[in-house]
Design a protein around this ligand. Sequence first.
Ligand SMILES: *Cc1c(COP(=O)(O)O)cnc(C)c1O
Length: 427
Amino acid sequence: MHPHLWYPFTAAKTAPTPLKVKAGQGVWLELDNGQRILDCISSWWVNLHGHSHPAIAAAIAHQAQTLEHVIFAGFSHDPAEQLAEKLVQKLPGDLNRVFFSDNGSTAVEVALKMAYQYWHNQGQARSTFLAFEGAYHGDTFGAMAVGARSLFNAAFDTLMFAVDTVPFPATFQGDETVAEQERQSLAAIATQIDQAPHAYAALILEPLVQGAGGMRMCRPEFVAQVVQCCRERGVLVIFDEVMTGFGRTGDWFACLKAGVQPDLICLSKGLTGGFLPLSVTVATETIYQGFYSDEPQKTLYHGHSYTANPLGCAAALASWDLTTAAEPQFQALAALHHQGLARLRHHKGVTQCRVMGTIAAFNWVTDQPGYLNQWGQWIRQQAIAQGLLLRPLGNVLYVLPPYCITAAELSQVYDGIDKILAQAPDF
Ligand SMILES: *Cc1c(COP(=O)(O)O)cnc(C)c1O
């Protein structure tokens, strides 16, 4: 470990020394010992078009020589305006007010504050939120509060506001219980809201795929029914598409795939193609109008120093064009994932295979589920030896590659996983 660095999500005393990366190109990372590693997880799910993509690099360089940053209160600029226009055009319905911040957690904080204050501005004190079991929405306090209570946030338990939760109907290929699970989940939402019709400011959901919770997938119809259930009961809906945005689920956004419009949507990870930290919270016109007033106390008093950073916006605009060009990959990768998973199914530990657009996952049968299980740690180490960057979530192994990965490279990924699984000891 470097003597002056504190690494994220890292138990420094027991973790292996971080691998030093010298360069990245396409799906490949090059370590300083010369080894090449295929980035199967898009570096924590942010990279869409490969590392060091020249078009995004050039857009950032050009913007840096024009206007690197300016305060975004009282001032505006082209990159932010153009990006907002593109987002609004692509997002469904009247999701047309774009608020910038810096990462997924802040995008969620902003959505929670918008939903909460929207009611407050109308003289309604709605005291809490509805969320899904197993959810992950980020590491700041509000985002932690609406996420699942876990090892990650146990130390802060008493500081987090209380949230009511409902079950998430996670499904997989060959699952026969999904319809019943969905029915129970929808019934739980309806019951919770009906018991306290004015208690909930909003329901927050990772639509189609719960990411950090273990790449748990649900059906598009379920997402649509959740929105309908909340709308009928006057509860706002927040889609946390920080991970699912920009093609990940097979369409530009999970809300488009499910054919529904939330009241607020949070986007971040893929926004700049993985180059710079940037996020947006996009609100409907109705929400925006709830703040549009002569009374100063109705303003959303929230902002960050680097709000709408022009370099980030320029990267996002360049990434936008590349994403448009990569649209055929959203579906093509799904087909390749299905083939790849089919090759792994003969391992007796492989269970609950699932694919959603560009994301594939399965569970490994183990006696010790949970984030800290030995199998996941072992896979990480073995993967590096095979030239793969894999990072299981507990006993869940997933592949979430940049869209520029070739069929041959993805095949190589599944070959590597196949080899690793063949040597897996019992955990
Ligand atoms: C990663 C993630 C976040 C948090 O984003 P950060 O940029 O890490 O703060 C929030 N929600 C979801 C669904 C995520 O996957």
